[in-house]
Design a protein around this ligand. Structure first.
Ligand SMILES: Cc1cc2nc3c(=O)[nH]c(=O)nc-3n(C[C@H](O)[C@H](O)[C@H](O)COP(=O)(O)O)c2cc1C
Length: 404
């Protein structure tokens, strides 16, 4: 089981072209370095018109190559050496001009020659004015690059530096970073479907007041992300009003479908959606925190303020237990237990059996809303304990345990 960070010691070559979005590369280098990656940069002729390479050499703590280095009378053949160096290559921002040269196999400058000489996977992030992007010549060049095996990531939509609005923006740095991370995750779940419930639910007292809980949905998000990066078709049944996380569009260059996120409010809604998706899923993870109780009657409109109010509560559907009891031999279910520390072990052990889970992840009450927690994982055979495990690491641990 590996808990290592996906980008640690990975060698990443960034080819930088002369587009206006070049300013975002400083942040990209910084973020990749923070993740432990080793960065080398090559600037195109166009890129050098925008910035001095010292900016990138200082940030990457590595040489920032330019075309001046291409022909060196020192016996080395730089583009061949650079081509052998990386685990992955990013072309960012990729200009229309550079794309056209790459599409015809030109090797007229250092970055082009390095790409031609390299066997490393290449991700291309085009960024340009919308008319340049929509120009048939650019479209044809992009299609050709895709056919050659380059991974092309469509630009985002929004306001462009030229003052127009539309497709052409370089994706945010966070999104590019996530694509690189996803690249290094082994695709062990291709062809598998994974159901994950996440976040709290709300049970309405009247039309504006409700009962809920402190669940942040973080654990479910990390589980969904890990399953997605491993190649699964992910169905995330989500109890929060918004989804404040970045997930890259791996479907731009692979068969991995973008996760389907179902926004639900009440436990009943979470139950209905999960029930409809469950039969087709190979793995179901009940990381949601649905309210266990709901008011027997929910008032229409807004209740008037009175001295006191007594609300009769009834039990809601036990989503995890109901669905887990229906699983076939081929399906795996995983439950969660949030419990007071002292009672955790006993409670969790019983809960796994009572609710028909294959695996149960137990953590103490103080984990709610935090980024890390202590965990006890009950597998069909073992009990594993983890101290201060970040929630994103839990997702890796869990899928590794499932052997996927
Ligand atoms: C201010 C300015 C901004 C530019 N922004 C872009 C851009 O965002 N995308 C693009 O494809 N070209 C852009 N261009 C055009 C390229 O800089 C030009 O085609 C250049 O030759 C590309 O060089 P390269 O492919 O060697 O990097 C811009 C040009 C200028 C003057």
């Amino acid at each position: 089981m590996s808990l290592s960070e996906p980008l640690k010691n990975k060698k990443i070559l960034i080819g930088i072209c002369g587009g206006i979005a070049i300013y975002k590369i400083c942040e990209l280098i910084r973020r990749l370095k923070n993740e432990g990656a080793q960065i080398t940069t090559i600037l195109t002729t166009g890129a050098e018109k925008f910035v001095n390479p010292v900016l990138f050499s200082s940030l990457s703590k590595n040489t920032a190559y330019t075309n001046e280095n291409f022909f060196k009378p020192d016996g080395s053949i730089l583009h061949i050496e650079l081509g052998k160096y990386p685990d992955v290559i990013l072309i960012v921002p990729a200009t229309a001009s550079f794309i056209s040269k790459l599409a015809v196999g030109s090797a007229s400058e250092l970055l082009l020659a390095t790409l031609l000489a390299s066997k490393a996977p290449v991700y291309i992030f085009p960024s340009m004015n919308i008319s340049m992007w929509e120009n048939p010549a650019t479209k044809e060049n992009i299609e050709r690059l895709k056919r050659y095996g380059y991974f092309v990531y469509d630009p985002s939509e929004g306001s462009l530096a030229c003052g127009e609005t539309g497709k052409g923006r370089l994706p945010e740095v966070e999104e590019i970073l996530e694509i690189v991370k996803a690249h290094f995750v082994k695709k062990t779940l291709i062809g598998k479907k994974v159901l994950i419930t996440g976040g709290p639910t709300k049970e309405y007292i009247d039309e504006v007041r409700f009962i809920t809980n402190a669940s942040s949905g973080k654990t479910a998000f990390f589980l969904a992300k890990e399953a997605y990066y491993r190649g699964a078709e992910v169905h995330l049944v989500w109890g929060l009003d918004t989804f404040p996380y970045v997930l890259p569009r791996l479907n731009y260059f692979s068969q991995i479908p973008f996760p389907k996120i179902y926004f639900v409010k009440t436990t009943k809604e979470m139950f209905e959606v999960a029930k409809s998706v469950f039969p087709q899923c190979n793995i179901s993870i009940f990381a949601g925190a649905p309210c266990d109780f709901r008011p027997k009657t929910s008032f229409k409109g807004k209740l008037k303020k009175k001295e006191t109010l007594t609300i009769d509560l009834e039990l809601t559907e036990d989503i995890a237990k109901f669905l887990s009891s229906k699983k076939t031999k081929e399906q795996i279910t995983i439950g969660f237990a949030l419990e007071e520390r002292e009672k955790l072990l006993n409670y969790a052990k019983n809960k796994r059996l009572e609710k028909f889970f294959d695996y149960l992840v137990a953590n103490p009450l103080d984990a709610a809303g935090k980024s890390e927690s202590d965990y006890v994982i009950f597998t069909p055979k073992d009990l594993l304990e983890f101290k201060n495990l970040p929630k994103f690491q839990l997702a890796k641990v869990l899928f590794d345990l499932l052997g996927s």
